[in-house]
Design a protein around this ligand. Structure first.
Ligand SMILES: [Zn+2]
Length: 298
């Protein structure tokens, strides 16, 4: 059986999938961020042991977490759980658990889950997109993750969209993420004169009720979505695109957003499906478990 762990900034959640991909168990603990790195390691190790005791079997372990995983030593970069940055978490967990483990960022886990048994099921190449607090993505071909040579494949969130756009945490300006994330949409609404403490959800709700500034911000968001996603489609030409993260709930992405993509794709009959995810909040933790195939043993 396969254990998947979703290591987040506030919670650490674990599930067990049986070989058919059915979830047998789920447990969560708070992530002891304040207590530091070794406390987080211990939480993961106890969680794995607890789940294994419950199913009375040794399992493979896959972990999904926000941030980028370093090529060199399996440490984390850009994690929102700051005490994890630069720590060799993959090697440390493998030693503590006495088996190899696999770890990928949450966007790759999301994409894998949706490709295997979500909205991308049955499609050869799946581009899974996260638009939430940040913007990320993962590429799956024939149910296998394509990590890329530098382990950055799918990271369209840091393609430059506008050269004079807002600064991004990555050190560049005008990245896709600065416009297509929740904070990015909210900031654009504020820049247009909207109320300064509005969230992306507020802007979407206000646009729905006819607020003109919010409507302008949402229209600009849909236009940028089209431009940014078309750049990916012209290179990858995936068979389906699956959207996840909080902003995947914006219904207009699947109608007007799709039309905006079509304007920029190098094809006069663009009909690639753009779908909302099926596995919802479980996609990350399911994808983490699915980093190991059902037949593999640790
Ligand atoms: Zn960036």
């Amino acid at each position: 059986m396969r254990i998947g762990i979703d290591l987040g900034g506030t919670k650490t959640e674990g599930i067990v999938l049986n070989p058919a991909g059915c979830e047998l168990l789920r447990t969560r603990y708070p992530t002891p961020q304040a207590e530091g790195y070794s406390a987080i390691l211990s939480t993961i190790v106890s969680l794995v042991h607890e789940l294994e005791r419950s199913v009375d079997e040794n399992c493979t372990v896959g972990i999904g977490t926000p941030g980028a995983i370093s090529l060199a030593d399996g440490s984390l970069r850009n994690s929102n759980t700051v005490c994890l940055i630069g720590k060799p978490i993959v090697a440390d967990l493998a030693r503590e658990l006495g088996r190899p483990i696999r770890m990928e960022n949450d966007a790759n886990c999301f994409a894998l889950s949706e490709a295997i048994d979500g909205a991308g099921r049955g499609y050869e190449t799946v581009f899974g997109v996260i638009m939430g607090t940040g913007v990320g993505g993962g590429i799956i071909h024939q149910e296998k993750l394509i990590p890329g040579r530098l382990h950055i494949s799918g990271e369209w969130g840091h393609n430059r969209l506008e050269s004079d756009g807002p600064p991004c945490y990555c050190g560049r300006r005008g990245c896709v993420e600065t416009f297509l994330s929740g904070p990015g949409l909210a900031a654009d609404y504020v820049r247009r004169g909207g109320s300064s403490n509005a969230t992306a959800e507020d802007a979407i709700q206000l646009a729905r009720s006819g607020d003109e500034i919010a409507e302008q911000a949402v229209r600009a968001f849909l236009k940028r979505f089209g431009l940014a996603l078309a750049t990916v489609i012209n290179i990858l030409d995936p068979h389906v695109i699956v959207l996840g993260g909080g902003l995947s709930n914006v219904d207009r992405l699947y109608s007007e957003g799709c039309d905006q993509v079509a304007r920029h794709v190098f094809c006069d009959a663009f009909d690639t499906p753009i779908r909302k995810n099926k596995n919802g909040d479980s996609a990350g933790v399911r994808g983490a478990a699915q980093l190991w195939l059902a037949a593999e043993t640790p």
